[in-house]
Design a protein around this ligand. Structure first.
Ligand code: HEC
Length: 136
């Protein structure tokens, strides 16, 4: 039931977008590459990149205490929230989605990786807890 509800919720978010509901557990695994620069989970602190707790729905460039590029701050002025679609573009090619960003990750070429990582990011609540048991 819980899995079904999550699938439905993700489906609603995805409807009308290029983003398809991904696999949360696979996304947690794929997101290990993000750990080089990002922290998440209880008590997470900024690293080379900002904390990713609650990033889906958050205004780009606004996590407290992180020194963003002006490119990301400007992007956040134009885009009030990280939606799955914006994240999909950003994770496909950070530099093309946000020219001048200081995120030096090359981007994923596989759309499945992107969908799975976004599904995983959606489980990360702003308070550092997770709606999935597979987040760590
Ligand atoms: C090499 C280091 C590095 C890696 C690897 C990396 N990031 Fe980042 N990330 C950054 C930096 C630095 C920023 C801040 C960008 C800026 O200010 O322009 C950032 C910003 C972000 C943001 C915007 C956050 C906000 O608060 O607006 C998201 C979302 C994000 N990264 C997701 C990811 C994901 C998901 C992965 C793994 C697939 C990843 N990053 C891998 C360094 C990295």
């Amino acid at each position: 039931m819980k899995v079904l509800a999550l699938a439905l919720a993700l489906g609603l978010v995805a409807s009308g977008t290029a983003w398809a509901a991904g696999d949360t557990a696979a996304g947690a695994d794929t997101a290990r590459v993000c750990r080089a620069c990002h922290n998440w989970g209880p008590g997470a602190t900024n690293k080379i990149g900002p904390v990713l707790n609650g990033v889906v729905g958050r205004q780009p460039g606004t996590y407290a205490g992180f020194s963003y590029s002006s490119a990301m701050v400007d992007f956040g002025k134009k885009n009030p929230a990280w939606t799955p679609q914006l994240l999909a573009q950003f994770l496909h090619g950070p530099q093309s989605a946000v020219p001048g960003t200081k995120m030096t990750f090359a981007g994923f070429t596989d759309q499945t990786d992107i969908d799975n990582v976004i599904a995983f990011l959606q489980t990360l609540k702003a308070d550092g807890s997770s709606s999935a048991a597979t987040s760590q």
